[in-house]
Design a protein around this ligand. Structure first.
Ligand SMILES: NC(=O)c1ccc[n+]([C@@H]2O[C@H](COP(=O)([O-])OP(=O)(O)OC[C@H]3O[C@@H](n4cnc5c(N)ncnc54)[C@H](O)[C@@H]3O)[C@@H](O)[C@H]2O)c1
Length: 369
């Protein structure tokens, strides 16, 4: 895989992107150590080609910080600890900080107990869930992560907003092969993919992504409503989203359904809280580590080496496209749309932070080269 900036795109290094994102956060009073962690996770998403959950999110975070809906300093507290089951409170701070803490904890507790679960209430947007499950898998544990959130997606067949895009990720450690990282919204696509397409001015979106506000399927980017995303696989994606809602909302003790709007006198409809549940399994309780990871490698190789259908170049494992993109973008740079680069520069200027440095493709903006 190689990375080339298409017409108008700008190439940036992950390091420069991290620095620019961190400076914007610090400008909004986020403590510098936490800003660096959040910026690291956002730049990592862009590096892995999950563009909907990288630098594109900074405008949302900046406006939430400016509106007082997102707490600049994240304080995570423990509400209950039964060893293999822990409940944390994310203090309506950054989901990235609470998410990493929960991921570290679930991994450690799975090592101790074999199986563990950590729930986080009152946290907010975490970005790409695969970043957290992959870190747990890197420590040798199998990890599942689910997250609910503000209610704007109707149940299958309906038009009343009651669910979120309810993402789900799992990661499984392999031996010599790349970690399997499955990371999806249970809607056909993440809401931020549609928002990014709107931001870029893409005229159309693929069929099956979203409906208009009356619930009619559409491929017109502007008519497509982020409040009317379609479920992936119709009723099947909706069923998985319901599992996510029941774990991350109901079991975790977070808001769900209409409680989202009524639970918080402070924020009302603008409430941004999300619930998260991590579940981790230590495979060593089932088999020797090397035996397990070698068997995972065997399955990966059988799948990758199986005969592709007509017109298919290659069979991929979940996580492989991102793994390949990460190698290519680390080498060639991360392509950003000019709209996003302008947005990041405006966000930086608003808090007196230095502008994003770019590598190639930008003739006009300052700081280029
Ligand atoms: N924090 C939130 O509130 C929130 C909400 C929704 C989604 N998200 C994030 O949005 C991101 C994108 O979600 P999405 O549903 O649009 O993802 P998507 O439809 O792009 O699917 C991505 C997954 O599919 C795998 N994949 C891609 N092509 C493949 C192929 N040919 N064969 C096998 N596997 C393949 C990828 O490795 C990855 O695991 C995820 O990182 C998710 O965590 C976050």
């Amino acid at each position: 895989m190689t990375t080339q900036a298409t017409t108008g795109q700008v190439l940036v290094t992950a390091q420069d992107l991290r620095a620019a994102l961190s400076a914007i956060l610090v400008g909004h009073q986020v403590p510098s150590d936490q800003a660096e962690v959040i910026a690291e996770l956002l730049a990592e998403a862009d590096l892995r080609g999950v563009d909907s959950h990288g630098a594109h999110l900074m405008s949302m975070y900046a406006s939430r910080l400016a509106d007082g809906h997102l707490t600049p300093r994240t304080t995570v507290t423990t509400l209950a600890d039964n060893g293999s089951a822990v409940v944390l409170d994310g203090g309506l701070g950054f989901g990235q900080i609470a998410g990493l803490e929960a991921a570290k904890l679930v991994s450690a507790r799975a090592a101790e107990h074999g199986v563990a679960a950590v729930a986080v209430r009152e946290t907010t947007h975490l970005g790409a869930l695969g970043a957290y499950t992959a870190r747990v898998a890197a420590e040798g544990r199998i990890c599942l992560c689910v997250q609910n959130g503000p209610t704007f997606v109707p149940p299958f067949g309906g038009i009343t907003p009651l669910m979120s895009t309810n993402p789900l990720s799992y990661a499984i450690p392999a031996g010599e092969e790349p970690t399997i990282v499955y990371d999806i919204a249970t809607t056909a696509v993440a809401g931020n993919k549609l928002l990014l397409a709107k931001k870029r001015g893409d005229p159309t979106i693929p069929p099956g992504w979203a409906n208009d506000t009356s619930g009619r399927p559409t491929t017109d980017t502007q008519a497509a409503s982020v409040r009317h995303l379609q479920w992936f696989g119709g009723h099947k994606g909706f069923g998985l989203a319901l599992l996510v809602e029941l774990l991350a909302g109901v079991l975790a003790g977070s808001s769900f359904g209409t409680t989202e709007r009524t639970a918080s006198p402070l924020h009302g409809d603008a409430r941004i809280a999300k619930g998260v549940v991590f579940i981790a399994i230590d495979p060593e309780r089932f088999a020797q580590r090397e035996v397990f990871t070698a068997a995972v490698d065997t399955l990966i190789r059988e799948i990758r080496g199986s005969e592709p259908a007509v017109g298919v170049d290659r069979i991929w494992l979940p996580g492989e496209p991102e793994h390949e993109r990460q190698k290519a973008r680390s080498r060639d740079g991360i392509p950003l749309s000019p709209v996003l680069v302008d947005e990041l520069r405006r966000l930086a200027a608003a808090v007196g932070a230095p502008p994003l440095r770019v590598r190639a493709g930008d003739d006009t903006a300052p700081g280029g080269a």
